[in-house]
Design a protein around this ligand. Sequence first.
Ligand SMILES: *[C@@H]1O[C@H](CO)[C@@H](O)[C@H](O)[C@H]1NC(C)=O
Length: 230
Amino acid sequence: MDRHVQALLNRLSCVAVTIATFTLLLLFIRTPETCISDSDPRAAKIKFPRSSCDSTHREIISLEKKNRRLWSTKIWRKNVDSYTELFHGIQSMGFLTIHSRVLCVSAGAGHEVKALLEMGVTDVTGVELIDSLPLVSRADPHNLPFFDGVFDVGFSAHFSESLFPSRFVSEMKRTVRPGGVCILAVQLCSDEELREITGLFKRSKLVGARNITLIGLKMTEIIMRNRGPP
Ligand SMILES: *[C@@H]1O[C@H](CO)[C@@H](O)[C@H](O)[C@H]1NC(C)=O
């Protein structure tokens, strides 16, 4: 009985080995087809990397080209327009002119910077943890690389995502001159939350708070007048 089983297993192994060998031979003889044939004109252009270290054939997009692509998208335009509307409101309240020196903190890809530049504000600085040149340079919002009081207006629509809110606020306030304003657009907040946020600003006065829609989100705009040194 045992011998029978042994013989059967041996035969099975032989069959398996034969099948495997044939499959392997077949693979050697006929390379698998790719979805792009040699006659396809695209095939001449597309070259697959030889290894994960092979970067030679990758298309390197220039910054200018990348920005042109990004700035021509509908969503980019829509968001910039939304910021433009917000800044027009701030301008009409008298907190912003085209001569203001403006700092945009946590500016992301720079929608707000673009909006201000398009409005004719010439002195705009955008910072974010990751740079998006030429609109936004790299800087930590909790440790801004600027002297005290060098800006007229500090703006951020991303205060809500800050890891250290009080540090974020004190840094923005430090770089804005006495008499200048710090403007935050935060997630829609109640009066209680509004008091908490304004409480983070030392030697400042709340001069405006209103609920707005920015980039499709319901938000609260808070304007604080800077009344003294940091
Ligand atoms: C904004 O909306 C919230 C929620 O509806 C409300 O509690 C708050 O008072 C509003 N704030 C302002 C400044 O109108």
